[in-house]
Design a protein around this ligand. Structure first.
Ligand SMILES: Nc1ncnc2c1ncn2[C@@H]1O[C@H](COP(=O)(O)OP(=O)(O)OP(=O)(O)O)[C@@H](O)[C@H]1O
Length: 373
């Protein structure tokens, strides 16, 4: 069962099939979002993120499951509250500003319940929040992509929705603008005390914007946790590799230790038998190989990526490659013989669907991705 928490949105067992006989594109997806929390659904293309968001928005009916917002049921087999009555705001990747309306008119557009002067006051308040009051007379085509997305955010926030749903809101921006806009959007959401569900395929975006992340694969949520948890304590090799570079080592475990290609490793939890371990490149270091330390777990530097503040080395070992991030105080050259050492316990990964070859003996209930780590 999920930890009890102050809950604004509760999605329970959301399931969607587009054709009766096919496997569902979204299968038993459950998560909660707390007030003022930014929750990211992160996963590769086609895994069912947008369909999940569309069910929460009410654009798509669920085949099974329920959705509650502020304790009110929006969706269940007998209820379907239409999108315009759900009290949620939307931000899409294409900004969707009205091209013939200026910035102020765009933000005022959804404020139909207010009087004329109240609409202008509220719209200017939102433009102030996004730092664009001075641009209120500009037309959308006179703004950069990042500015247009901030106006779209102001427009979504203006009617005071209970929460925002954001579908790949930064994907039309170039890399530099994407980074600054997402920092700005996080600041605005926090200042507005707004909770949001953000759908993205970009792990860096999810890690930097969200308070919690639900990692999705093949229609299922496979892990939910804080960015640090899912990054440093992935449950499966999919999560480990999707969230960034990692090293996967097959090993033989016995309690809190395992023997692997890079020697004896401490484990983050007890296990027995054949296991798959994950160690992030920054949790490894390298030393120059000497007759005293090299034994049988050394390799040679096959390539290096110099990044100024640190260096990434690719170390060619007997059974494969290993990636190590280190600072640049002791640079190594290509061809140098080195020994790879762990700096942290290795993470024991769980069994994944269809990957029965390495089955950790600690295998647990995978239906509950939100159980405490
Ligand atoms: N209206 C529809 N009819 C039939 N199949 C659909 C429909 N909408 C989505 N799908 C299918 O459902 C699956 C999940 O699509 P969805 O758009 O939810 O994935 P996604 O994770 O958001 O992907 P992306 O990041 O590429 O947008 C895909 O295989 C897609 O082709």
């Amino acid at each position: 069962m999920e930890k009890s928490m102050n809950c604004l949105l509760r999605a329970t067992n959301l399931t969607k099939r587009f054709s009766t006989h096919e496997t569902p594109v979204v299968s038993k997806v459950s998560f909660t979002v707390a007030p003022e929390e930014i929750f990211a659904i992160l996963g590769p293309s086609g895994c069912g993120k947008t369909t999940t968001l569309r069910m929460i928005a009410g654009f798509e009916r669920t085949d099974e499951g329920s959705i509650q917002l502020n304790g009110k049921t929006l969706e269940c087999p007998y209820t379907h509250v239409p999108p315009e009555k759900r009290g949620v705001g939307f931000v899409f990747q294409d900004y969707a500003l009205f091209p013939h309306l200026n910035v102020l008119e765009n933000v005022k557009f959804g404020l139909t319940r207010l009087s004329g002067s109240e609409r202008s006051y509220r719209a200017l308040e939102m433009l102030d929040l996004i730092g664009m009051k001075a641009f209120h007379k500009r037309m959308p085509h006179e703004l950069s992509g990042g500015q247009q997305q901030r106006v779209a955010l102001a427009r979504a926030l203006a009617p005071r929705p209970a929460m925002l749903l954001m579908d790949e809101p930064f994907s039309n921006l170039d890399a530099v603008l994407r980074q600054s806009t997402r920092n700005e959007v996080r600041r605005i959401l926090k200042e507005a005390r707004m909770s949001a569900v953000l759908v993205t395929h970009d792990q860096e975006e999810a890690l930097s914007v969200a308070d919690r992340i639900g990692v999705m694969n093949k229609g299922k949520l496979v892990q939910i946790g804080r960015p640090e948890d899912v990054y440093y304590r992935p449950r499966t090799s999919f999560v480990a590799t999707f969230l960034g570079r990692t090293n996967l080592f097959p090993a033989q475990a016995s309690g809190l230790e395992a023997s692997s290609e890079i020697g004896t490793l401490m484990l983050d939890k007890p296990a027995r038998g054949d296991v798959m371990l994950s160690l992030r490149p920054e949790h490894l270091t390298i030393e120059r190989a000497t007759p005293a330390n090299s034994s049988n777990c050394c390799g040679h530097i096959s390539s290096r990526e110099f990044k100024g503040h640190d260096i990434t080395y690719h170390v060619s070992m007997r059974q494969g490659n290993c990636i190590v991030h280190t600072d640049n105080r002791m640079p190594f050259d290509i061809g140098d013989n080195v020994v790879v050492r762990p700096l942290e316990p290795a993470v024991v990964l769980e069994y994944e669907d269809g990957r029965a070859s390495l089955t950790p003996s600690f295998m647990q209930d995978t239906d509950n991705p939100e159980r405490p780590l």
